[in-house]
Design a protein around this ligand. Structure first.
Ligand code: NAD
Length: 511
């Protein structure tokens, strides 16, 4: 994928939303109508009047061809996609894709997002709009209605559609980014987070060596066109200093220098380890995250935290070192075990509880629905994390909301000797913390039950196994890095879509 084409009836806001997307994604913005006018040296109403609609359509086709077939960016500041092709946001005229050749050009050079709205919404907007629209001249309402009727089948045939009614342009742009799986982060380093096919990556040109684990290598190593790779054993028990040293040595042996980059192909363990090794090797080199677990796609690969475990606790050593690119390809999840997919769903549910009640409701559909809709799950859940870390990259405040379920969860995971996975432990932690929130009156009755039933419906554990000693869990919570001097700060669910940070002194009460 390269360009993003915004298409749809007049007054759906293609230009306004295109400009916002251009700012948010740091991509150049092209308004096809303005390109035509500048080439023709006259306005579109004048072209229509003087040369007729068919001549105007020819000019549209020529302009679209120029944008899509130009190998090098015609604009300063235009960025390149990981495939090495230049990309932009293009606002299209409302009928340009009626021609098959134009539609083919657009669809084979990017994604077309159709903006839609009800007739009344469009009418209200057009009545306020001073732009001249030759195809709507005369009785606006009947002209617009017949234009929409004539193009209904055509507009309906696009798969990516976004209703712009009752939304500000900013909100629509945000929803468009979720739908397209496209984000640009800038609060801690500048990098893109993209949902897209890894198959589109002919090569990650600036990646020099892949770090992956034995399971991922078996299924996906051949999908990235980089010869050198370091394959380490899979599992949390290898997220330690010994593996980090092994990576540093392998980087040296492979001649990596300060201009080299690491491609971390794997789950959260690989991302944390490879990211940390990259952050410290020669005082820091670039890395690219290609997450392969659900947990890594929606959580671990985004936000720049890297690190490893000590015997005393998880993630006790680490650094902030964001990748240069995150590329999440949901099709890689097809080879993931059922247990790991469920574990990832714990973080998805967490993101729903924190800020997206609709996502939480989707999670209640259960595992079969989830498996059929992984791309939507990934796109929505990653957007929650991105919003939070862009607001608070270094966890001075709201980012701590992402610790929901983790204070109890990390401790349970450690005390279980990692027999419980990260996601399973977080599920247990969320239920314990939600129940505590209700008990102390921070949350209203019922939210804890909704959380527990959604998680157990997804096949996740919700109770601390009886054989795990409570005292050990409490001790482990105290070592947790989120400990402050007198109390431990918990992120407690107040309602679905809302979390509050609360200092807790009596940890017994939480369990
Ligand atoms: N840095 C952060 O912000 C952050 C956030 C959350 C979690 N984490 C960390 O992430 C780790 C957990 O991540 P995880 O659940 O991805 O664990 P993981 O990396 O251990 O992967 C789980 C298992 O799935 C296998 N696997 C991965 N992708 C696969 C695929 N596509 N097909 C088949 N098998 C595949 C792995 O080999 C492994 O056995 C923890 O260490 C946690 O601390 C970090």
């Amino acid at each position: 994928m390269t360009h993003i084409f915004l298409y749809g009836p007049p007054a759906t806001g293609k230009t306004t939303i295109g400009e916002i997307l251009s700012r948010n994604l740091k991509l150049p913005f092209i308004d096809l109508d303005r390109v035509i006018e500048s080439k023709a040296g006259t306005s579109i109403p004048q072209i229509m009047e003087g040369q007729g609609e068919s001549a105007f359509r020819d000019l549209e086709s020529a302009a679209l061809k120029e944008i899509t077939l130009t190998p090098n960016p015609p604009l300063r500041g235009a960025s390149r996609s990981p495939t090495g092709r230049w990309e932009s946001i293009v606002a299209l005229g409302g009928g340009v894709l009626l021609r098959d050749e134009n539609r083919h050009l657009a669809e084979s050079n990017g994604k077309v997002l159709l903006l839609t709205a009800e007739l009344d919404t469009l009418l209200a907007r057009l009545n306020k709009d001073s732009n001249k629209r030759p195809l709507l001249a005369g009785d606006l309402k009947s002209k617009l209605k017949s234009l929409l009727d004539n193009r209904r089948e055509h507009y309906d045939s696009f798969t990516l559609k976004l209703d712009v009614g009752n939304q500000t342009a900013e909100q629509t742009a945000h929803r468009a980014q979720i739908m397209l799986g496209r984000h640009h982060l800038s609060a801690m380093g500048e990098y893109d987070v993209r949902v897209g096919q890894i198959g589109n990556l002919r090569s990650i040109a600036y990646g020099n060596i892949i770090v992956t684990d034995e399971n991922v290598a078996k299924h996906h190593l051949d999908k990235i066109n980089i010869e050198k790779s370091i394959i380490i054993p899979a599992g949390e028990e290898h997220k330690n200093l010994e593996t980090v040293s092994r990576l540093w040595k392998a980087f040296l042996e492979n001649g990596l220098d300060r201009k080299s980059a690491i491609v971390a192909l794997g789950g959260g363990v690989i991302g944390d380890l490879a990211g940390f090794a990259a952050s410290t090797y020669m005082r820091g080199i670039d890395w690219i995250a290609v997450p392969t677990t659900l947990l890594a796609m929606v959580d671990a690969s985004i936000g720049g935290k890297t690190g490893f475990d000590l015997p005393e606790g998880k993630n006790l050593i680490g650094s902030f070192h964001p990748p240069k690119l995150v590329l999440a390809d949901p099709s890689l999840l097809r080879t993931l075990s059922d247990r790991d997919l469920r574990s990832g769903m714990a973080e998805v549910v967490k993101h729903g509880i924190i800020a997206d009640p609709e996502l939480f409701a989707l999670c209640s559909n259960g595992m079969d629905w989830v498996k059929d809709n992984l791309e939507e799950i990934v796109k929505r859940a990653m957007a929650v994390k991105i919003n939070i870390i862009e607001e608070d990259p270094y966890e001075k405040g709201i980012r701590a909301a992402l610790n929901l379920g983790h204070t109890v969860g990390h401790a349970v995971e450690l005390v279980s000797g990692f027999k419980l996975s990260h996601g399973e432990s977080v599920a247990i932690g969320m239920v314990a913390e939600a129940a505590y929130a209700v008990r102390v009156g921070v949350a209203g009755r019922g939210s804890d039950e909704a959380i527990e039933s959604t998680l157990s419906n997804l096949g996740l554990p919700t109770r601390i196994p009886a054989e795990l000693p409570r005292e050990e869990i409490i001790r482990a919570m105290k070592v947790d890095k989120k400990k402050s001097a007198k109390a431990i700060r918990f992120a407690l669910p107040v309602d679905l879509g809302k979390v509050e940070l609360v200092d807790v002194t009596n940890l017994d009460e939480v369990l």
